[in-house]
Design a protein around this ligand. Structure first.
Ligand code: IMP
Length: 211
């Protein structure tokens, strides 16, 4: 059982898609959210070597400056045949090549250069690391993943980022073809959520938001 989160929390992200998803995930728990952008907080450099380290860097910075508990996520798409790239560099790849459609194109090109055509050569997973940091220095971290395949061409216009290129195991639609409810898939009966972020959040909720 982790420390209970009550009252207000800063969502330490400047990414509009992630902010929306975090608000959706926190909404049922009556925790009031403010974004790092609303509070004009700086974006610290993500110099960690793991998703958890990067989530902690963002949450620590926001908690220290805002003097409120802060919630941060670091996430990425890891493609098995590409040495788990883009991984920690998922956002950077999209920035470097001019957007997510282009970044999905680069991943596809790298897969084809390696002859990865069959679904089992195109395995990938999304990772989400969540960090909750309180102004007194207390920290809680959670990490989860969702496995699936990279499809070509990408399909769907829902969600954000690499969603159209990723089809989770057990589904014949990509995250880009799913509603937010379906992508998170947080079931009322307490069974397993679907998206990496929702799975990590489920663990966080169990430890810090309920009971
Ligand atoms: P960061 O966590 O801000 O470093 O960025 C992670 C990158 O991975 C972003 O560019 C996201 O677009 C991408 N990403 C993370 N989670 C998802 C997701 O649920 N769907 C699609 N792309 C994602």
């Amino acid at each position: 059982m982790g420390r209970r989160l009550e009252g207000r929390v800063v969502i330490a992200t400047h990414n509009a898609g992630k902010l929306r998803e975090m608000r959706e995930l926190l909404a049922p728990y009556g925790v009031a959210c403010q974004s790092a952008a609303e509070l004009d907080l700086p974006e610290p450099p993500e110099t960690g070597e793991t998703f958890i380290e990067n989530a902690l860097i963002k949450a620590r910075s926001a908690a220290t400056i805002a003097r409120l508990p802060a919630f941060a996520d670091d996430s990425g798409l890891c493609v098995s045949s590409l040495n788990n790239e883009p991984g920690l560099h998922s956002a950077r790849l999209a920035r470097d090549v001019g957007g997510f459609p282009q970044a999905m194109g680069v991943i596809e090109q790298r897969l084809q250069e390696r002859g990865c055509i069959a679904p089992d050569q195109r395995r990938a997973h999304f990772v989400s690391a969540l960090a909750l940091v309180w102004p007194d220095g207390h920290e809680e971290t959670f990490e989860a993943r969702v496995d699936g395949v990279i499809v070509n061409p990408p399909r769907g216009s829902a969600g954000f980022g690499y969603d159209p290129a990723f089809e989770p195991d057990g589904y014949d639609r990509t995250f880009g073809e799913m509603s937010a409810e379906e992508k998170h898939g947080i079931p009322a009966d307490g069974s397993r959520a679907l998206s990496h972020r929702a799975r990590a959040f489920q663990a966080l909720a169990k430890a810090c938001l309920r009971g």
